[in-house]
Design a protein around this ligand. Structure first.
Ligand SMILES: C[S@@+](CC[C@H](N)C(=O)[O-])C[C@H]1O[C@@H](n2cnc3c(N)ncnc32)[C@H](O)[C@@H]1O
Length: 219
């Protein structure tokens, strides 16, 4: 099982309501998107829809699979013309039966455990056209200070019950080191990989947010 219902609780409480597109996602997409018009894009876990207006502005044919019914209902209201394309589902079990030019995932698949991630990536690879790219943004790194929080979930990379951290009440978080990422994406060719480490000093002392951003291509 992949999707954690705790995400639905968060959206019912009107938290995690990010509505502006994420900077790293915008720059990676602008550098790596297909050159053709109306390219087909799948966003894994669109959340509150932060990135949707950006993809719409690119005239992309946009799809998303998101596990929270609460947030998907809100998005159908906000983007009625995407009602058929923003789907409620668990993307570790279900990827739409169509071929995509681009799959984008900001901090979504990394909210699942290893076995579910492997299952989902296999399907994503099948549904990408040759030359299509998987852009991963803000995948959690083992250098993140919260990797020590909570308790181990299904595997050594996955934590849960991370009370007192930004992950509190959001189910699982999967943290990767470089070798693990390479293993997860072994079916793809790595086009770029960067590791970002940000240490906050105020108001929290020495909290380290460490994440991976990458572009993988189906060859
Ligand atoms: C950290 S939020 C990121 C939301 C969005 N990608 C963004 O950048 O603003 C993670 C999202 O992934 C969704 N999610 C996590 N695991 C999922 C799964 N297995 N199937 C469907 N949605 C999932 C959650 O419901 C949540 O909306």
């Amino acid at each position: 099982m992949g999707f954690s219902n705790e995400w639905d609780d968060k959206y019912q409480d009107n938290t995690h309501m990010s509505v502006w597109p994420w900077t790293n996602l915008v720059s990676l997409v602008m550098r790596n998107k297909p050159q053709k018009r109306n390219f087909k894009i799948l966003e894994l876990g669109c959340g509150a829809g932060a990135n949707i207006p950006f993809f719409v502005s690119l005239e992309a044919d946009y799809y998303s699979v998101e596990g929270s019914k609460t947030i998907v209902d809100k998005l159908h209201h906000r983007f009625p013309y995407l009602k058929d394309n923003i789907m409620i589902g668990d993307f570790t079990d279900f990827i739409p039966e169509t071929q995509f030019d681009l799959i984008v995932d900001r901090a979504s698949l990394t909210c699942n455990h290893e076995e579910s991630i492997i299952k989902s990536l296999k399907k994503c690879h099948e549904r990408l056209n040759v030359g299509g790219k998987y852009i991963g943004v803000d995948w959690f790194s083992t250098h993140h200070s919260d990797y020590k929080k909570g308790i181990q979930a299904e595997d050594v990379w996955t934590r849960k019950d991370m009370v007192g951290s930004g992950f509190e009440g959001t189910g699982r978080a999967h943290f990767s080191d470089q070798n693990h990422l390479m293993e997860l994406f072994k079916a793809f060719e790595v086009k770029s990989l960067s590791h970002s480490v940000l240490t906050e000093k105020i108001p929290t002392l020495n909290t380290t947010v460490a994440t991976w951003n990458f572009v993988m291509e189906k060859v």
